[in-house]
Design a binder for this molecule. Sequence first.
Ligand SMILES: Cc1cc2nc3c(=O)[nH]c(=O)nc-3n(C[C@H](O)[C@H](O)[C@H](O)COP(=O)(O)O)c2cc1C
Length: 253
Amino acid sequence: MQTTSYVIEQQLQHRSVRKFLETPVPDAQLEAIIGAAQRASTSSSLQVWSVIAVRDADRKQRIADALGGFAYISTAPVFLVWVADFARNAHIIESQGGDPENPRFIENTLIGALDSGIAAEKALLAAESLGLGGVYVGGVRNNPAAISAELGLPKHVFPLVGMSIGTPDPTEGTCLKPRLPLGGVLHHERYDADAWRDAVPQHEVDYREYYEGQGVPDRSWSRTVKGRLGTLKGMHGRHTMRDSLRAQGFDAE
Ligand SMILES: Cc1cc2nc3c(=O)[nH]c(=O)nc-3n(C[C@H](O)[C@H](O)[C@H](O)COP(=O)(O)O)c2cc1C
């Protein structure tokens, strides 16, 4: 019985990379990465995503500034912005005399987010398999209006997540960040509401040790969860997402 493969080994090596060498990511590599992402499964073959590759230094800097000044955007050789894209399909429907209702329903917003996320992860894995590294940047949703204006996103296109890609700078020195023990997330047959009870204390220990190893003492996963999900401040301004979606034509209630 096979329980490992080169793909699984690659996945188990994932760590976010936020510090890059100046080595460019050539078009041929970018196209290989996005081509691999395009093979991802896609709901009903709708292919409701696009990705914008930003290399221009001034544009990367403006994007970084609009989101809070993150150097891992401005210093990445390429910054990808993954967008839910219903504009293509809206045109296809209109060209047949139809009324593009697509983004009006929350189900289709979910499809846009799911398909984009699945493709984005395939792209990151492909990049990692080529010796590159990267980090997702949910921070694009801190300021969807600025990103939409900077990238010229039309109606029915929404920026979901960014991704800095490049050659990892070995001086960054991050290690694999721990995850919850498997028993905390893998349920059999029916949802086990207590599955996490043993997993969380163990993860608390692992998480603390990881950050101590990174020179950051007294980091707590439970406190991180509370700060991110238990306070309005933790939303980083994204509590107005419904308005941001509506501004791009995703007007589901
Ligand atoms: C959808 C998504 C959005 C993210 N946004 C950010 C971000 O804005 N800034 C950042 O530094 N890391 C971001 N990350 C990376 C996570 O912080 C990282 O994956 C997590 O801490 C686990 O670390 P690892 O990827 O090194 O294992 C994001 C990850 C995901 C999946």
